[in-house]
Design a protein around this ligand. Structure first.
Ligand code: DQA
Length: 145
């Protein structure tokens, strides 16, 4: 059976392409998603995308993955640095997850250097622009195969 992957994006990532492009790149979220869709198709996996600017909505979405998805790619964006509720949701569903960041959060401002959500994930890919998502997806599908 085809593996089902959910890609979750947090606050302000709907603005990719126009938001600080010198930091986050020129690709829109729709463009990134279509690259991931193409990769998933080649690997025979199903992929869905979700973006929200609201912490509680992301928590609910994670809760609903149980029994519906085999793996999660998540970029919690700024919520990575603060959200214990997203961390708890990831732990609660216990589905293989990978946290991704476009930028290298460890080489930026102090407040970005800590991610509280990553400890609910199997690993983290940070600093490779849109390809962080691709590498995360590659790893997740490999793990699930
Ligand atoms: C980000 C890094 C976060 O610190 C920031 O708040 C974002 C994007 C990244 O992908 O590099 O919105 O998660």
């Amino acid at each position: 059976m085809a593996k089902k992957i959910l890609v979750i994006n947090g606050p302000n990532l709907n603005l990719l392409g126009e938001r600080e492009p010198e930091i986050y790149g020129k690709m829109s979220l729709t463009e990134i998603n279509s690259k991931l869709k193409e990769f998933a198709r080649k690997k025979g996996a199903d992929i869905e995308f979700y973006q929200s600017n609201f912490e509680g909505e992301i928590v609910e979405k994670i809760q609903k993955t149980k029994g519906k998805f085999d793996g999660i790619i998540i970029n919690p964006a700024a919520l990575s640095h603060t959200s214990f509720s997203i961390l708890d949701a990831l732990k609660a569903v216990d589905i293989p997850s990978i946290e991704v960041h476009l930028t290298n959060i460890f080489s930026r401002e102090e407040f970005r250097k800590n991610t509280v959500t990553a400890s609910g994930c199997g690993g983290i890919v940070s600093g490779f622009g849109w390809r962080s998502y691709l590498y995360g997806l590659f790893e997740l599908l490999d793990k699930l195969s």
